[in-house]
Design a binder for this molecule. Sequence first.
Ligand code: AGP
Length: 600
Amino acid sequence: MCGIVGAISNNRNIMPILITGLENLEYRGYDSAGIAYSKDNNVNIIKVTGKISNLKQKISKDVESNIGIGHTRWATHGQANSINAHPHKFKHITIVHNGIIENFIEIKEKLKEKNYQFKTDTDSEVAAALLNYYYEKFNNIEKAIKEFIKNVIGSYAICLMLDDDLENIYTIKKESPLVIGTTDNTNIIASDIRAILKYTNKYYILDDFEYAKVNAKEIIIKSKDGKIINKNLKVFTEKNIDNSKGHYNHYMLKEIMEQKETILNTILPFIEEGIDSLEKLPDLTKYQEIAIVGCGTAYHAGLVAKYLFKEIANTKCNVYIASEYRYQNNFLNKDTLTIFISQSGETADTIAALKLVKNKDCPTLGIINVKNSTMSFLVDKCLYTNVGNEIAVASTKAYTAQVALLSLLVLAQAYRNKSLSKKEVLQIIEEFKNIKTLVNDVLNKKDLYQKLAKDIYKEEDIFYIGRGLDYALAMEGALKLKEISYIHSESYAAGELKHGTISLIKKNTPVISSATNANLNAKTISNLKEVLARGANVYLITDENYKEDNINIINIPKVNIFIKSLLIVIPYQLIAYYIAVLRKTDIDKPKNLAKSVTVE
Ligand code: AGP
């Protein structure tokens, strides 16, 4: 995680570039932040805890510089405080670092034997110290960098300022994204090109084990053995990046409301001309099995797809949490298609799992939102969710777009392997075309969600239960609530409660559920009655006309199984949102989280 920016110019003050860049990168982490810049040939460092707004307050308005580096942190090693914040300076070397130095303890011990003393708990200070050690040993910064690459295990994107050479910024990359943007007499390094688009859309991408020497006039990129690499200059052409909140108080609410457009935008190319459009989707019938890999909400989208693949398209499917998948025997073979789901396309665990599959030469498909992200370059084929920037940490519109795309993949599969007739498929496509109205209908029940939120926002434990598809949705509902409201919430398969968890139900414990499967609903309702009998407050989202004593019902329109999850999740998202509003949390940037999880 964390965000990096570095800038060097011979005709402008780079301080605004650093600050704007860091503000744009705050989605990567916002525990603490800092900058280093040169003034009168000295390196000055300012570090703060908390957000970039705190950093801005500490930087006096009249500071100007032509070279500097900055960082916004999501703490991995050591507390989120100003001491552990970056930049880290070790004698001649000042660095900002993204990633994790895995062998930092070993390196630290060796450096301590050489009388190096450390002030922080971070792996990044150790990286600075090691670079300093090699620099003093070889009296040559490039030799130091090459030695660093040889000896460090882990991931890093580093921007480095050297006291003895304040005409250049050096940058090193392995497994953490890094780009170098270029414009007249100014070059800007960042962990995401989107952070510096105000200044340039022309950039180079650094690959693993490459390093670069960057000054105001030139960018020299080299391989780990020091050979110059001529890279193609890329141009970022994505338009209409809307980073405003509009009239909403939070990005999360704006993004929830946008779903009436984003779901249809994502799937339209695959439904507009009926079956002909559906046929544009990759043919999965040639595979024996589908594996799906993702983290958090992306994993939950995979669970919905698993249910549909198995129950509707009669296709074997398994879903894996990326951080587990990468360390287990996956019996990889060429007859299994592995689908990687990610909003950011930068999630470290998902990238590692993807590399694993690629190394075995097995087929991959990506469902990704961010174009030109690391994963988008790695997968064999990529389907974009096209929902625009998702800024709130809690994923909403990306999730529904992922589910919608996956549902269409299942629909195409069911058509091709004849699990569904052409007539049935056409009916479902027609219903998908009406998704905007259906979503709008559910979004418009604001009063109902606000009332529910008011009833339960003071509780400290909330349970989400369901069976089948409803269980997959319960998992997403519980995640949404816990990440933004800080209420302990858990999801359970409804039938599993009485095997242990029901002991936690007490008077007024909220239990929220959805029941949308005619074959299983009666069973779910029985489970709800069991918790009701133990004092719980029970809420049920359903497309049936149930009237049950003491069960609060939220009705959604009756739709086919492919669309149900897209509607049920909306009350879950809005209930979480309104509860968080009442609890006055920092909804778009909840504590301890970051939008893009680029460390293991
Ligand atoms: C969702 O609300 C979370 N913030 C988180 O679980 C997220 O979905 C997960 O980190 C995966 O991110 P990705 O889609 O960018 O790979």
